[in-house]
Design a protein around this ligand. Structure first.
Ligand code: SAH
Length: 201
């Protein structure tokens, strides 16, 4: 069985976004943050032997962490072709029978799963993008691990309650964003982001 630090090292070797599409808000989750988060989900018994959906999978770091931790099956749902190419490279070493790549909008993905893991667009560029992801997650899963800006915690909790979910756990991170986009000035910026565990009532 892989350890948490081995998982972080493994994830740090994946191909991630370079110069990316601003409107889709493509940021790769940091390897340490992904390892810590998926480890938490694993300890909560939401990964091993489970069917998982990684919504807005990007280059796949979250879903791949789930595969490493014994997920039975992972759906990688991603709209962007360029991300899909990197995702395919990252998935080369994994059994094809354990995952499916869905190159489409999350809007048209309707597969019921045990657990959703996602780092959705924070909705800073495209308003309400995060809400669309949450609404989809509430429909397809009973357990949701999702990243959002820490400042939006109250909204996330209220929105979840209104949709039959409770906030069960919240882990705060200083999210390192590698500055790959032209309008960014400093190379590494940190934003306060949290992992939220939302569970169906
Ligand atoms: N989960 C990855 C990527 C996060 S960035 C990681 O943690 O590293 C968010 C991703 O959502 C981007 O890859 C973007 O292309 C994708 N995305 C944005 N809107 C989408 C939509 N409507 N349907 C599917 N994917 C979408």
């Amino acid at each position: 069985m892989i350890t948490k630090s081995q998982l972080a090292i493994k994830l740090s070797k994946l191909e991630v976004f370079g110069a990316s599409d601003v409107s889709l808000e493509q940021y790769s989750t940091d390897a340490e943050v992904a390892a810590e988060s998926l480890w938490t989900a694993y300890m909560n018994k939401d990964i091993e032997g489970k069917t998982i959906a990684d919504l807005g999978a990007g280059t796949g770091i979250l879903g791949i962490a789930a595969l490493e931790l014994g997920a039975e099956f992972v759906y990688f749902v991603e709209i962007d072709e360029k991300a899909i190419q990197m995702l395919k490279n990252n998935l080369k070493e994994y059994e094809k029978s354990r995952y499916k790549i869905v190159n489409n909008d999350i809007d048209v993905f309707n597969q019921k799963v045990d657990t959703v893991i996602m780092n959705p667009p924070f909705g800073t560029k495209e308003k309400y993008a995060d809400r669309m992801f949450l609404l989809k997650a509430y429909i397809i899963a009973k357990r949701i691990y999702t990243f959002h800006k820490t400042t939006t915690a109250q909204f996330i909790e209220r929105f979840s309650i209104a949709n039959g979910f409770r906030l069960k756990q919240k882990i705060d991170f200083a999210f390192p964003l590698k500055m790959t986009q032209e309008f960014h000035k400093s190379r590494i910026k940190r934003i306060e982001a949290s992992l939220f565990l939302l569970a169906s009532n």
